[in-house]
Write a protein that binds this ligand. Sequence first.
Ligand code: SF4
Length: 359
Amino acid sequence: MPPTHNSDHFGYTWGVTNTLVDPVAAPQENQESTGGTATATKRVLLLKPRGFCAGVVRAIDIVQIALDTFGAPVYVRKEIVHNSYVVNDLAQKGAIFVNELDEVPEGARVIYSAHGVSPAVRQRAKERNLKVIDATCPLVTKVHLEAIKFAKQGYSLVLVGHRDHEEVEGTQGEAPTVTQVVSTPAEVDVLVVPDPDKVAYLTQTTLSLDEAGTMIEALKKKFPNIAGPHAQDICYATENRQTAVKNVAHGADLVLVVGSRNSSNSNRLVEVSMNLGTNSHLIDKAQDIEPRWLEGVATVAITAGASAPEILVQEVVQYLQGKGYGSVEEVEVMPENVRFGLPPEIVQAITPARPAAQA
Ligand code: SF4
């Protein structure tokens, strides 16, 4: 079921086209010359897909619907998604963001963020009689279910990810006694498990595809019989945004990534571009752009992490237009049209009660 609310306030619209583009070529030299010196056309390439993913749209919709349906305040454990604009906007509408459930009044309503929670958090919510609405992204839940399955089958688990990230804390919490988190090949080297033939790996959903590949290779070398998920844990949105950067970065002088510092997938987009040799910066908003970044830059590619609203992207475009980047071209590298249904707690709340059956 598609969300009944959409997040237009954030400037986001679903757009679906089916054009796959060839990798973007470097800009032509401008035909005009100034003072006898040829200058390159200053242009903006707007990558697509970019910005909100289905899990983020769903999570924001859940908070907005909860506010509309139950009234403020509604408590949210951790940032609903890792974007300061989104969090501030929802806070102004009456959402109260807390770090831990103990900050939520006994019996109140609380929403879990898109990054998921561990069973220990779910248990604490029960103890405090909290009314829970779960906004965990279904693709994070998929990884939780894999962790549970492997642990039940007696595997030692290796979770590839960043150990201070909320998603990793939640996934590790499904099987804490058998799960080890690794972030680097050096950490793989020193892993110790009870049975090297009974090991399984999982990954965080928002890793760099290339780095995850290196890590999985290192794990397979150390544990030749290692098991893994049927389909990769890195989600479609992370993969698509990285693929778009890979297609376009070589034709750009600078890649600007709109996203917050604590957004894992946004940081990875910067790394993907830098690894390809194209300078890149992560910015929360247009005002973060330092003029010196644009010196000698003809082509700026813009993308946005999965939690960054389109309104902020458009402000960056406007800023660059004001700096002489007159040509703005949207480059769709692949179509993306994924939506997730709302959780039952929300569906029940917004479904009108049926009239009693006629006698
Ligand atoms: S980035 Fe991926 S895992 Fe995270 S909320 Fe979006 S779709 Fe879900």
